[in-house]
Design a binder for this molecule. Structure first.
Ligand SMILES: Nc1ncnc2c1ncn2[C@@H]1O[C@H](COP(=O)(O)OP(=O)(O)OP(=O)(O)O)[C@@H](O)[C@H]1O
Length: 250
């Protein structure tokens, strides 16, 4: 069952086309990295796919009513403001809102506990979320999205601001979520993490999808030079695909 289907999706903001003609499907089992330079349209593409922005073309998610959409997809936006001084556990429990009746069920509690464990937050469950560091708050918001326990997770730069251990652990968690028969679409600036952990990369640039495929086919020297204006070391290794940006092209 296809979890995200976009057909000829285009977005124009203030008379300026951001991207056009995006057609793609995301299937269970995929951890997909959405990459591209600043302003390429990654956030706009995810928001349009969710039906949060006016667009042309079709997104299967945008067509759902809000309740069905909240059970089909979890969304972690780039803005990470936590407004209320609630506990970490209370905030993560909000992820269960689309599923729960008045009282928390055992399944709700299990999903919250699993999400807290996944994001290494079990020891912080009683801390006040607004008093955590920026990276810790990001992990709480990822945990809230994971607790929603949806077939598809969309996350906009979820690992920026996390320390290396938590970046790797979060990407591994996303991989685990995907392998459990769900799918994750995550925008990333760290091409090393994208290359190493994603099963597929979608490269946005110049108002369109420039490439879509396994990391080794997308992060080629030609495409990396054309879209990012850099050179890089790129190799398939026993640790997966290793990618390290090297120089800015003149
Ligand atoms: N509300 C808006 N009105 C007009 N233009 C907008 C609006 N929101 C975004 N844009 C423009 O759309 C383009 C794509 O922005 P978007 O935030 O989707 O890029 P991005 O790839 O996510 O960038 P970044 O990597 O910097 O987060 C940018 O040129 C941006 O200025």
């Amino acid at each position: 069952m296809t979890l995200l289907s976009l057909r000829d999706l285009s977005v124009t903001l203030r008379d300026r086309p951001v991207f056009s003609g995006v057609t793609l499907d995301i299937e269970p089992g995929e951890l997909v990295g959405l990459i591209g330079p600043n302003g390429a349209g990654k956030t706009t593409l995810m928001r349009a796919a969710l039906g949060l922005l006016p667009h042309e073309g079709q997104s299967c998610l945008a067509e759902l009513d809000p309740g069905a959409r909240a059970r089909a997809v979890a969304w972690m936006p780039q803005m990470r403001e936590i407004a209320w001084p609630v506990t970490v556990e209370a905030l993560v429990t909000l992820g269960r809102t689309p599923h729960r009746a008045r009282a928390l069920s055992q399944a709700d509690r299990a999903a919250v506990t699993r999400a807290l464990d996944w994001m290494d937050l079990s020891d912080m469950r009683n801390r006040t979320a607004t008093r955590l560091s920026g990276g810790e708050q990001a992990r709480v918001l990822i945990a809230r999205a994971l607790a929603q326990d949806t077939p598809l997770l969309l996350a906009d730069e979820p690992v920026s601001g996390l320390d290396p251990a938590h970046q790797i652990a979060t990407m591994r968690t996303f991989g685990q979520v995907a392998r459990s028969g769900r799918a994750v679409l995550v925008s990333l600036h760290d091409l090393g993490l994208a290359a190493r952990h994603c099963s597929r990369l979608i490269l946005l640039g110049q108002g369109r999808v420039v490439a879509d495929g396994p990391p080794g086919q997308v992060l080629t020297p030609e495409l990396v030079a054309q879209v990012f204006g850099i050179t890089a070391f790129s190799a398939a290794t026993e640790h997966g695909h290793v990618f390290q940006p090297l120089e800015v092209l003149e």
